[in-house]
Ligand binder design. Structure first.
Ligand code: NAD
Length: 322
């Protein structure tokens, strides 16, 4: 199988590519990958093997239709990760989010349709559902996104659905909870807090820290994505969660413990505008239909993640990540 991975130099996409090339999803070891990535501040070529016989890297933009039309023939599938992904940046300016997340997704879909790609997975987020006080979202919940980031992802989900419904493009949509793990850009909560603490700096906690997030190790997310790619049904959406819900304050306390720091390192900062209170996914569908089950316990995954940042200061001190 030959797979085009958009955004494959980012946090989750690069994990998917490294795992695929390492044969971690079974298969016959002959899968080859083309990564298409614009290398924005969030992407790094160093997140991928410097060279690999089954990896090709193309520096380019998912909004570039001629490039995609040139690139896609010969590929069996697309896994579409490329996105502007940081909520806080979308509060400052939403332009790039609409461009890459909505127009870029439509361009990838159009190119896949025109070149006869057999299968596509569109990687989305639980944030499209908005916020939920109690219970958990199933795939049938309405899309009520609150941030410009989430709204742009919801737009991209609907665009993907329309290419399936109207044109019969064989695609599935995934909606995942918050990911954590190695290689994440230091602007995101866990790497930001860990790298601050490793440098003896305080951590900025939004508001009173009572916002609840569901945390999934990136490795479990990527295995779920590959299951959806190979066995998911066309036109279906699959939630991917872990069941590990935590307030931001409880998460911060665990990170303080793992880094050998105490609560005096917490700095409460003004809450994020429109901050969603709670995210919670029901992922019964992917568990029952595709046999998905997360393998990484939160305690173990978080400890290994902290160890990775401790052992790889070159990855976050160099400034390469922006
Ligand atoms: P990331 O910001 O780490 O990586 C995004 C990648 O896309 C980068 O390599 C960047 O260079 C590339 N990119 C950005 N604009 C591009 C463009 N116009 N053309 C080509 N490449 C472009 O993001 P991530 O955390 O790895 O997220 C990947 C996907 O997963 C996103 O679609 C995101 O919405 C989704 N997601 C993320 C999380 C999470 O917790 N990080 C949770 C659920 C879903």
């Amino acid at each position: 199988m030959r797979i085009l991975v958009t955004g494959g130099a980012g946090f989750i996409g690069s994990h998917y590519v490294r795992s695929l090339l390492a044969g971690e999803y079974g298969g016959d070891g002959t899968e080859s990958v083309t990564v298409l990535d614009k290398l924005t501040y969030a992407g790094s070529r160093a997140n991928l093997p410097a060279s690999h016989e089954r990896l090709a890297f193309v520096h380019g933009d998912v909004c570039d239709l001629p490039l995609l039309l040139d690139l896609l023939p010969g590929h069996d599938a697309v896994v579409h990760f490329a996105a502007e992904s940081h909520v806080d940046r979308s509060l400052d300016s939403a332009d790039a989010f609409v461009r890459t997340n909505v127009l870029g997704t439509q361009t990838v879909l159009e190119a896949a349709l025109r070149t006869g790609v057999e299968r596509l997975v569109h990687v989305s987020t639980d944030e499209v559902y908005g916020t939920i006080d109690e219970g958990s979202w199933t795939e049938d919940f309405p899309l009520l996104p609150n941030s410009p980031y989430a709204a742009s992802k919801a737009g991209s989900d609907l665009m993907a659905r329309s290419y399936w419904r109207t044109h019969g493009l064989d695609l599935s949509i995934t909606r995942c909870s918050n990911n954590y793990g190695p290689y994440q850009h230091p602007e995101k909560l866990i790497p930001r807090f860990v790298t601050n603490l490793l440098e003896g700096l305080p951590v900025p906690l939004y508001g009173d820290g009572r916002n609840v997030r569901e945390w999934l190790h990136v490795d479990d997310h990527c295995r779920a994505l590959h299951l959806v790619l190979t066995r998911g049904r066309a036109g279906e959406t699959y939630n991917i969660g872990s069941g590990d819900e935590l307030t931001n304050l409880a998460l911060t306390e665990r990170l303080l413990d793992l880094c050998g720091a105490d609560r005096s390192m917490i700095r409460h900062v003004e809450d994020r505008k429109g901050h969603d209170l709670r995210y919670s996914l029901s992922d019964a569908k992917i568990r029952e239909e595709l046999g998905y089950t997360p393998l990484t316990s939160f305690d173990d995954g978080l400890r290994r993640t902290v160890d990775w940042y401790r052992d790889h200061p070159d990855r976050w001190k160099s400034g390469e990540e922006g």
